[in-house]
Design a protein around this ligand. Structure first.
Ligand code: GTP
Ligand code: SPV
Ligand code: MN
Length: 592
């Protein structure tokens, strides 16, 4: 039975194009009910109650963790699935070697077959959302249609979701169409398809965050990066943080680290006691949209309003703010649970697991109690260091861009690129050890340019050209840096204490942006002198800093050769300026 647009129970404010699309989807997917999300607290509570009733959520201990719930996703559905994620452009070359590609027509046919009748007996939720402050000219809206109440509830925590977004869609006239069904949760019937040319997303067969919360990676990175290129801005996998020095000046820094490589933790860093007077202001922990400003600087907003963060490793020592933030009103996914129904994960000192992430009685033979990619979903307003500037319609001005990865050797603690175009090469040459955030092997070094390998919705060659063009379009470009918190000693221990102590590196980065901060020029860029990093109150073994800051010519020659062959894979789409920057680093290494 097709649902006519006039029988949708749509709110008065629902624009005609949204109604029309919901009607089409409902006719095809055949839901039992349609619910238009208004984003209210009452609606959120009703969604939670419904999921407690159906077993989609378990109640955690409400005395110790008020408003906290546990979701077990299907054991085959615990991470992003890059091999099942596609960018469907008319021309394969526009998606590029960095994306999986299928022709749009074929993708649509395949998805139409999966979606046919898939919502029978289910509720279809219409989830209008706004990525970015509702009154920001940089914000963009979408509508996600989903049959998952977990997705609808999560979207309320993660985005500005509901009536106000629907009204803005009416004013904007356009929106991103995101269609999602959990389907059968069968890995053989699972696809995440993007159609950037028509601003559509179709996701079937997964209920996991990045595959299912379509406002996040699908819209705010893959589709947005495509739009950003044609409109002259950037959509990046970056945290945004304000660093206030003891003199009361705040610099905003945007950092691109690959998945599970420390963005959330750096964005809500707790300054060490030995650095009095420093403050941290979180704007965002995962995605930044950057626009050239009239003043020649780059200005950034966080399109999101909540965090879908990695749980394991979080505790009062590593990050007190993150730890406090998730004690209430948090949805946990795939953590373990104690006998007293408190959430538990590896890295927590208190308590012990009674049930593992699949809900089975805990047995160490089955591996970690919490899944390594278990996550918390929480509103940003619960972050003790949430910046009031996170809602500023024009965003915040950026002083520095920082790339970083998980490298057990090679990459020093920090270095600075010589200028913007060299910085683009530093970003394009990034590599990092894979993590549990995506399915597949963990700990394998892979190329991950700008931490965007899984997220750029078009050809990397064109993306790097766009980066280079952006640099030319701003008269006061931010400094570009690279960091590595993950260098290890021969015994496999981290050389750098990380977490709050990373502020010592941010302090040097800020000094460099102000034209201060001592450094040595090396073939790969400027590396701080040992004395330039404030180590007061840090108890490092002698020789540790020297090792952390070492740039070894033969190792870098090998790395640059590898980067060279990787870049060559982009053929004629590789910008000449990047080729030149690469040749110059090789020449400097040869002279070293
Ligand atoms: P996504 O949400 O997947 O994009 O990840 P993210 O980049 O926000 O990573 P997150 O901050 O959640 O950190 C991932 C893991 O790295 C967690 O287990 C952290 O405890 C750990 N981690 C974060 N910062 C540091 C650090 O400075 N040093 C070390 N050794 N580990 C860190
Ligand atoms: C990531 O994998 O980079 C994440 C989690 O931030 S997800 O939303 O699943 O993409
Ligand atoms: Mn991420």
């Amino acid at each position: 039975m097709a649902t006519a647009p006039e029988h949708l129970d749509a709110p008065q404010s629902a624009p005609r194009n949204v109604r029309q699309w919901v009607a089409e989807v409902a006719a095809h997917t055949q839901p039992e009910r349609i619910h238009w999300c208004d984003g209210s607290e009452a609606e959120y509570r009703a969604l939670i109650q419904g999921m407690l009733g159906s077993g989609v959520l378990l109640q955690l201990n409400q005395q110790t963790h008020p408003g906290c719930y546990l979701h077990h996703s299907h054991p085959s559905d615990v991470a992003r699935v890059e091999h099942l994620t596609f960018v469907c452009t008319e021309q394969a070359a526009d998606a590029g070697p960095n994306n999986n590609w299928i022709a749009p027509g074929e993708a649509r046919a395949r998805m139409a077959a999966l979606f046919a009748g898939c919502m029978r007996g289910r509720t279809l939720y219409v989830v209008p959302y706004c990525m970015g402050p509702l009154d920001s000219p940089f914000a963009r809206c979408g509508v996600e249609i989903t049959d998952s109440p977990y997705v609808a509830a999560s979207m309320r925590l993660m985005t500005r979701m509901g009536a106000a977004a629907l009204e803005r869609i009416g004013r904007d006239g356009t929106f991103i169409r995101g269609l999602h069904s959990t389907g059968e949760l069968d890995p053989e019937r699972r696809f995440i398809m993007h159609f950037p040319e028509t601003l559509e997303i179709q996701s079937y067969g997964s209920g996991y965050g990045g595959n299912a919360l379509l406002g996040k990676k699908c819209h705010a990175l893959r589709i947005a990066s495509w739009q950003a290129r044609s409109e002259g801005w950037m959509a990046e996998h970056m945290l945004l943080v304000g660093v206030e020095n003891p003199a009361g000046q705040t610099h905003y820094i945007a950092c691109a680290f690959p998945s599970a490589c420390g963005k959330t933790n750096l964005a809500m860093l707790v300054p060490p006691e030995t650095m009095p007077g420093w403050k941290i202001w979180t704007i965002g922990d995962d995605i930044a949209w950057l626009h050239p400003g009239a003043d020649g600087r780059l200005w950034a907003i966080n399109p999101e309003a909540g965090y879908f963060g990695v749980v394991p490793g979080t505790n009062a020592q590593t990050n007190r703010h993150a730890n406090d933030m998730i004690q209430h009103n948090t949805i946990f996914t795939n953590v373990a649970m104690t006998a007293g129904r408190e959430p538990w994960w590896e890295g927590l000192e208190d308590g012990k697991p009674a049930f593992d992430w699949q809900g089975r009685p805990y047995d160490p033979k089955n591996g970690p109690a919490a899944h390594p990619n278990s996550r918390f979903t929480v509103s940003a307003h619960q972050n003790p260091s949430y910046s009031p500037m996170a809602d500023a319609p024009g965003g915040v001005p950026i002083s520095a861009l920082v790339f970083g990865g998980r490298r057990r050797s090679l990459a020093p603690l920090v270095y600075q690129a010589r200028n913007w175009s060299h910085g683009v090469l530093v970003g394009a040459g990034m590599a990092s050890e894979t993590t549990a955030a995506a399915t597949g092997a963990v700990g394998v070094v892979r190329r991950d340019p700008m931490a965007m390998q899984p997220f750029t919705g078009y050809n990397f060659g064109d993306y790097w050209a766009h980066w280079l063009a952006m640099g030319s379009s701003i008269s006061k470009p931010p400094g570009i840096f690279h960091v590595n918190w993950f260098r290890r000693d021969a015994a496999g221990r981290f050389l750098w204490p990380g977490f709050g102590e990373n502020l010592r590196v941010l302090a040097w980065i800020i000094e460099r942006c102000e034209g201060r901060g001592a450094a040595l020029e090396t073939p790969i860029g400027a590396v701080p002198t040992e004395a330039a990093i404030n180590l007061a109150g840090l108890d490092l073994d002698p020789g540790t800093m020297a090792e952390l800051l070492a740039v070894r010519t033969p190792d870098w020659q090998r790395e640059m050769e590898e980067i060279g062959s990787y870049l060559a894979g982009y053929g004629a789409r590789l910008p000449e300026a990047l080729r030149r920057e690469h040749a110059e680093v090789l020449a400097r290494l040869a002279r070293a």
